[in-house]
Design a protein around this ligand. Structure first.
Ligand SMILES: Nc1ncnc2c1ncn2[C@@H]1O[C@H](COP(=O)(O)OP(=O)(O)OP(=O)(O)O)[C@@H](O)[C@H]1O
Ligand SMILES: [Mg+2]
Length: 263
């Protein structure tokens, strides 16, 4: 399969205009993502995961290294890449329905078709009955689900997701994880999914990227060889293919976190 995203020798420093000292966020990151692949990313807090995602989204300029989508250098956002942020970014002056349909509206999709698609995603994320509410009338988890639905509804080829389910309750989270697997089977999207949950990372991904503590480097990549059709939570804890990979990822992450605490 062709390569969808490519990151080569990516290093990133955030300048500090006041002290003149910079924060070294990413160090020589190389990653090649095939079309249709599902990649999860885990690593200690502050190791540069969101930095990498923002660079892939085209929202953060980079100066050292090369980052491409379909062979083209990334210099800004593009409709082929959709983002779900760590902090839900929905528009406060738009209702749930109009937030979810925002991308389609921008693209000029006719209202009837838009309404149809929006209804499908409202249902998918369990927001039926809240279509006409404004964000300030929603719970944190509902806002996050609106943000996820909005990105899915815009139908990008690449989904860049930064802890999208962190704020939702445990039951909804499991449902959304299974739905995301189902969507990935149906749509063949390329997905980069950042999470602090090792279970989530192992459940969702074809490959899990483990970052070192800052400055973030790729410490290891673990393949999770379970067909997506078989990824159903009810079966996972009895499936050694899952538990062994989860434990391997957990061990690799813990090494980084304990190093951090020892210092
Ligand atoms: N806009 C910014 N300006 C300066 N420093 C920043 C900026 N954004 C992030 N940083 C720093 O860069 C480092 C990496 O941050 P980043 O947000 O990428 O981490 P992360 O891995 O996503 O962490 P978390 O798991 O807590 O979300 C941190 O030390 C952070 O303080
Ligand atoms: Mg982050």
């Amino acid at each position: 399969m062709p390569e969808k995203l490519l990151v080569e020798n990516l290093t990133h420093h955030y300048p500090d205009e006041y002290t003149g000292e910079s924060v070294h966020a990413l160090d020589d990151v190389d990653l090649s993502v095939q079309e249709g692949e599902f990649i999860s990313v885990v690593g200690p807090s502050g190791c540069g995961k969101s930095t990498l995602l923002n660079i892939l989204a085209g929202l953060l300029p980079y100066h050292v290294g090369k980052v491409t989508v379909d062979g083209h250098m990334i210099h800004g956002p593009g409709p082929e890449r959709g983002v779900v942020f760590q902090e839900h970014a929905i528009l406060p002056w738009r209702t749930v329905n109009r937030n979810i349909g925002h991308g389609l509206e921008i693209r000029g999709v006719p209202k009837a078709e838009r309404d149809n698609r929006v209804a499908q995603f409202v249902d998918l994320v369990g927001l039926t009955g809240f279509e006409d509410k404004y964000p300030h009338e929603l719970s944190g988890g509902m806002k996050q689900r609106t943000a996820v639905a909005r990105t899915l509804c815009a139908d990008p080829e690449v989904m860049l997701m930064d802890e999208p389910f962190a704020a939702v309750d445990a039951q909804t989270r499991i449902t959304l994880q299974e739905e995301l697997i189902r969507i990935s089977i149906a749509t063949k999207k390329t997905i980069i999914f950042i999470t602090h949950s090792v279970d989530e990372a192992a459940f969702l991904a074809d490959r899990c990227v483990i970052f070192s503590r800052r400055p973030g480097r790729i410490k290891a990549i673990v393949d999770v060889d379970i067909p997506r059709e078989e990824r159903i939570w009810g079966n996972m804890n009895a499936d050694t293919r899952f538990t062994s990979k989860r434990d391997e990822i957990l061990h690799l992450v813990r090494e980084e976190v304990s190093v951090e605490h020892e210092e």
